[in-house]
Design a protein around this ligand. Structure first.
Ligand code: MSP
Length: 631
């Protein structure tokens, strides 16, 4: 008998800064699966949360001048708020600082230690704090971390090791016996090949910092953050405290993860479970990255797309839709403004939105009359369902929207606005019901609005039942078309060929700012001056602006929790190396401005030399802490 439960997880995110589009990607996918399985009447558990411990977090907290616990308590609610805004209905938000979780970590560590799978040793090797992972020389790309492209750290410290090598054969046997365990197939092969090369025992504790779960058998060590984090998947459903719930949901149906963390999930995690005598999850699905110009969107890459701006301006459902419409879930997908707007306008506003508005209008005017349907939806339902179950979201949406096209053609052909044929209107509305139910996991709000207009329930039963006849009122507009000029958001840089468009958007966005600049150049009073927030900032990174030869895109630390991106016209005068590490004076409270498609959050102060017109930046005369105010 198959269990009528469904347990889906996301990775737990490092709360070093508020979430961005990249972190939202997996969490939305998990919500789609959770909603889909709830629709199928399964008892669903959807777990997400944050990975609060580790060196990376401790460093981020130090940078912000806060204790790690204060720092994470400040950031974590920003994840919860973001997920709420995106309409993500999880069943638990776990934090690795939750006491029930810490207890599970200690219990499992003790058991593995007693069993002899954990032993004391000395670790000497490489570590990337951004990944929180150990590397060997041969893993590196040009001497750098292969993921973050930044130098790795050499560490030497006492450490406890997990006998990972002992599990090589068992793991290979498991992969062979369970071909669906790692998905997609290409990634599965990569893992198998690497495991075949051999496994080394793994350092699982650290002594050079303290922000973690202490080892129960040696309090001078804290657990390596990945060991701690992976266990969230069992502690999140009550491994120690709620046995009944744990037995109900474990093993997980699917761990959704990004491809960069597959090794931890497909090798280390199952080995830990084998050692602890716990069943293995059914599936690990590694999706691709959302990229901008081929680079992974992320905090460390400095190309994070702000979720609030994006969803506030575009709408949550459009965002949820477009993210999964374009790219197959397992592959990398380029996030492009053009594609986004095109799909929003063409598929959501034109095709779906117009259908709902036209049909509700017709139904209000002419009513509906039941009849045998020419718009048979069964095959679309079967195919789309199979695709969602198989995590092929793009293919599911393709099927569904193919059917939306069919409904639109049907109406175009029958022209009920000329004939007033209530039977035609009914057939189209009945077909729209099925489309809506299948779209619900992707666009819950929109689906609920349509269901309300046409008076049906979003449920599995409703798919198999004909639409009832009710009085219909014309629906409100579901999607407003997005004009390029309305597009005031921190969108990723445009493609090179869009130069003209960029100029247009820049000038539109800067219209108001422009106006205030036209004010007279007479004297100002002190209150005016006091409005300026001038601060010392440290330039930590410099990149060429992708669109403008004169501009640099600076990453500037102004003593805040997050560094800022500031665009500056320094490229004719300075080399990148001259700027990195330099402290200078910045206007900290300038409203964000789009400069050739990149949002600038402040301005560097520079003098224009009288003699040769050269630009010279203003640096403090002696070293001073970033964030210091200038008065
Ligand atoms: N804390 C660990 C996970 C522990 S799970 C037991 C971690 N955190 S993370 O915040 O760095 O990343 C979490 C997830 O977000 C990863 O799966 C990563 O692939 C995903 N993404 C981050 N940026 C992304 C994109 N630009 N695109 C798609 N997913 C991305 O790793």
């Amino acid at each position: 008998m198959t269990k009528n439960t469904y347990y889906v997880t996301t990775p737990i995110y490092y709360p070093t800064a508020k979430p961005h589009l990249g972190s939202a990607y997996t969490t939305i996918a998990a919500d789609i699966l959770a909603r889909w399985n709830r629709l199928a009447d399964k008892d669903v558990f959807f777990l997400t949360g944050t990975d609060d411990h580790g060196k990376k977090l401790q460093e981020a907290a130090e940078k912000a001048g806060l204790k790690p616990e204060t720092f994470v308590d400040h950031i974590v609610p920003q994840f919860q708020e973001a997920w709420k805004k995106l309409n993500l209905h999880y069943d638990r938000f776990i934090r690795t600082t939750d006491s029930d979780h810490e207890q599970v970590v200690q219990t499992i560590l003790s058991e593995m230690h007693k069993k002899g799978d954990i032993y004391e040793g000395y670790y000497e090797g490489l570590y990337c704090t951004a990944c929180e992972a150990y590397y060997t020389e041969k893993d590196l790309t040009e001497g750098n971390c292969p993921i973050h492209k930044k130098p790795v750290e050499k560490i030497k410290e006492e450490s406890y090791f997990f006998k990972l090598s002992k599990y090589q054969k068992k793991l290979l046997a498991h992969y062979k016996k369970n071909p669906d365990f790692i998905s997609p197939e290409g990634r599965r092969q990569e893992v198998i090949n690497r495991v075949k090369e051999g496994l080394q025992d793994l350092s699982i504790s650290r002594t050079t910092f303290s922000w973690g779960v202490p080892l129960p058998f040696d309090k001078g060590h804290v657990a390596w953050v990945w060991f701690d984090a992976l266990l969230n998947y069992i502690s999140g459903i009550g491994y120690l405290e709620k046995q009944e719930m744990f037995n109900k949901f474990w093993p997980a149906d699917v761990h959704l993860i990004g491809k960069d963390i597959l090794w931890f999930h497909a090798v280390i995690w199952p080995a830990i479970l084998m050692s602890a005598g716990i069943k293995l999850p059914k599936k690990i699905f590694a999706h691709g990255w959302l990229t901008i110009k081929g680079d992974k969107i992320g905090k460390s890459a400095g190309n994070a797309v702000d979720l609030d701006t994006l969803s506030a301006k575009i709408g949550v459902d459009s965002l949820r839709y477009v993210l999964f419409r374009e790219t197959p879930f397992g592959q990398d997908g380029e996030f492009s403004q053009d594609v986004f707007i095109e799909r929003h306008n063409n598929e959501l506003a034109n095709k779906l939105g117009n259908l709902v508005s036209r049909l509700s209008n017709l139904a209000e005017k002419y009513g509906m009359q039941k009849t045998k349907t020419e718009l048979e939806s069964r095959s679309m339902i079967n195919k789309a369902s199979k695709h969602i179950d198989g995590l092929e979201f793009d293919r599911a949406l393709n099927e569904i929207f193919g059917f939306v096209d069919r409904i639109n053609h049907f109406l175009q052909e029958k022209k009920p606005w000329e004939t007033g044929d209530a039977k035609v209107i009914y057939q189209a509305a009945n077909a729209l019901k099925d489309v809506t139910i299948l779209l619900y996991p992707f666009m819950p709000d929109t689906a609920e609005k349509i269901a309300k207009t046409f008076h049906f329930e979003i449920s599995k039963e409703s798919l198999n039942k004909d639409l009832g006849i009710n009085k219909i009122k014309k629906a409100h507009i579901l999607f407003k078309k997005i004009e390029i000029t309305q597009n005031k958001m921190a969108f990723p840089p445009f493609k090179k060929q869009d130069e003209k468009k960029i100029e247009k958007v820049d000038s539109k966005l800067n219209e108001n700012v422009g106006k205030s600049e036209e004010k007279s150049r007479s004297t100002i009073n002190f209150d005016d001056f006091a409005k300026l927030d001038l601060r010392v900032g440290k330039i930590t990174d410099v990149k060429e602006h992708p669109q403008a030869d004169k501009l640099f895109v600076l990453t500037v630390n102004m003593g805040e929790a997050r560094p800022r991106t500031i665009v500056a016209g320094l490229r004719n005068r300075y080399k990148k190396e001259e700027l990195v590490g330099k402290k200078a004076v910045f206007v900290a409270n300038l409203a964000p401005r789009m400069l050739k498609g990149v949002e600038s959050n402040g301005m560097i102060l520079a003098a224009a030399a009288e003699d040769d017109g050269q630009v010279i930046i203003l640096s403090p005369e002696r070293d001073i802490k970033e964030g210091s105010k200038i008065r």
